[in-house]
Design a binder for this molecule. Structure first.
Ligand code: AMP
Length: 185
């Protein structure tokens, strides 16, 4: 299965991604994790990305698309993957469509984890990451609403979008996701 997982910061996407991996075993491609690893290793890409990440802004499309293009060539991606945090802009989605079109391996489904803004802000305030300062949180939500939410329409038009209610317990939400993914297996 080739899955894209979309959701605003604080929606519980990371938690649900782990559960999806454990249950369905796709390769886990989290661009946030990759960028944090690159930043911690102080690679050229990592140092460049850090400026954007610490401001709650998106890293430039060409940087991210390059990382994903390389990652998708690896062996573990050939049987399926969960794209977690990518694409985040229309340009990234178009680049992905182009790559997958060339390989003849289209996406199966795009999952959107939907949580209202007020609830997100409440949840994010309780986390402890460096990019979780209130002004950075606000900036990340702005980036989601302005740059990422247009993807919902983009994938809706391709009949790939499945929206999941992100309110409830971790287990309740996972049951909703599982039901959808079971129908694509
Ligand atoms: P995440 O853990 O997915 O919330 O990502 C953390 C940060 O990494 C984001 O706030 C962005 O600065 C950057 N990032 C992750 N994925 C992307 C992406 N697909 N495009 C641009 N920036 C990204």
């Amino acid at each position: 299965m080739r899955i894209v997982f979309i959701g605003p910061p604080g929606a519980g996407k990371g938690t649900q991604a782990e559960k999806i991996i454990a249950r369905f075993h796709p390769a886990h491609l989290s661009t946030g994790d990759m960028l944090r690893a690159a930043r911690d290793a102080k690679t050229e890409i990592g140092l460049k990305a850090e400026k954007y990440m610490s401001a709650g802004q998106l890293v430039p499309d060409d940087v991210i698309v390059g990382i994903i293009a390389d990652r998708l060539k690896e062996a573990d991606c050939q049987t399926g993957y969960l794209l977690d945090g990518f694409p985040r802009t229309i340009a990234q989605a178009e680049a992905l469509d182009k790559m997958l079109g060339e390989k003849g391996t289209p996406l199966d489904v795009v999952l959107e984890l939907r949580v209202p803004d007020e609830e997100l802000f409440r949840r994010l305030a309780g986390r402890g990451r460096a990019d979780d300062k209130p002004e950075v949180i606000r900036e990340r939500l702005v980036a989601y609403n302005n740059q990422t939410s247009p993807l919902l329409d983009y994938y809706g038009k391709q009949n790939l979008l499945q929206t999941i209610d992100g309110l409830g317990s971790v287990e309740e939400i996972f049951v909703r996701i599982e039901k959808i993914l079971d129908s694509y297996k």
